[in-house]
Write a protein that binds this ligand. Structure first.
Ligand SMILES: C[S@@+](CC[C@H](N)C(=O)[O-])C[C@H]1O[C@@H](n2cnc3c(N)ncnc32)[C@H](O)[C@@H]1O
Length: 274
């Protein structure tokens, strides 16, 4: 795996070694391979987090993570950046609502549309999709799977609860139609929860079923990966899309060679598989 940050001095070379050993230790402990993520930002994040916890030596800090489950959970929280929200990047949802979902519903085989939120965090993307499906059509069966490497996020996603901050981009009418106010949170309706399923999984390891989905969303997840890792992941995700299905990426991301993957761009950050 290529390191993104150049390391000119010998002191920095030592730093490189302890960072690599640290990542190998984390992989042994959690199966999460941090060496596949862009080194510059990941290393900065890890070193500053360890320092704030009172330990600047990564080897010593790894020992602490091995002994202290709570510390390990907080550490993983820091490195797996779970930011999300309902209707995140509303312009992408407008395209999905007006053009893509109606098309998928109209030509759904056996009255069923399957979608995958790859890197789903606490489920905001999957529930947004579920609300749009139901808003557009009550009959078509939709199955929305969310996958994330962070077990705690997956448990949260199953609950379907969102804060006002999470709901800030949602239209009030749609929100109130599909989510119930419960205390100071929004609870996804039973109907939406019936459409969604969440599972723990490492996108860098899973082998998705070929042509299993009509729509795959992988937004704001690959930004932390090196370009090689991102491209290999995109390629694998695209194999899981049926011909005529769609692939949606985050609004700061790119697919390196869409034509080689059989993708045609239809809207910004959106591709149709030919
Ligand atoms: C910033 S969130 C994006 C959530 C949602 N897709 C969105 O756009 O709002 C990125 C998520 O990717 C997950 N993630 C990072 N590496 C992953 C991996 N190798 N496999 C599965 N999920 C991963 C993180 O745990 C995090 O929840």
């Amino acid at each position: 795996m290529t390191a993104t940050a150049p390391r000119p001095s010998s002191a920095a070379a030592t730093a490189k070694d302890d960072y690599t050993s640290f990542c190998e230790g984390i992989r042994a402990l959690t199966s999460i391979d941090l060496l596949q993520y862009k080194r510059g930002q990941m290393e900065r994040r890890i070193r500053s987090f360890a320092q704030r916890r009172g330990e600047s030596d990564l080897t010593v800090y790894l020992g602490l993570l091995r002994r202290d489950r709570g510390e390990l959970e907080e550490f993983l929280d820091r490195v797996t950046i779970n930011v999300s929200q309902l209707w995140r990047n509303p312009e992408q949802w407008t395209v999905l609502e007006r053009e893509i979902l109606p098309e998928l519903i109209a030509r759904s085989s056996a009255g069923r549309v399957r979608a995958w939120s790859a890197g789903c965090s606490y489920g905001a993307e999957a529930y947004t999709l579920a609300a749009l499906f139901r808003q557009l059509d009550q009959r078509t069966r939709a199955e929305i799977v969310g996958t994330d490497i962070d077990r705690r996020m997956v448990e949260r996603a199953k609950l379907g609860r969102f804060s006002d901050e999470d709901a800030r981009s949602a239209s009030r009418t749609v929100l109130e139609r599909w989510f119930a106010r419960d205390g100071d949170e929004w609870q996804a309706s039973r109907e939406l929860r019936a459409l969604t399923r969440f599972e723990v999984g490492d996108l860098l390891r899973v082998q998705p079923r070929r042509e299993a989905y009509d729509l795959v969303l992988c937004r704001n997840t690959v930004i932390y990966f090196t370009e090689d890792v991102r491209d290999a992941l995109h390629e694998r995700l695209v194999t899981s899309i049926r011909p005529g299905g769609y692939f949606v990426i985050g609004s700061t991301e790119r697919v390196s060679r869409p034509r080689e993957l059989g993708l045609v761009s239809t809207h910004p950050f959106t591709y149709r598989k030919s």
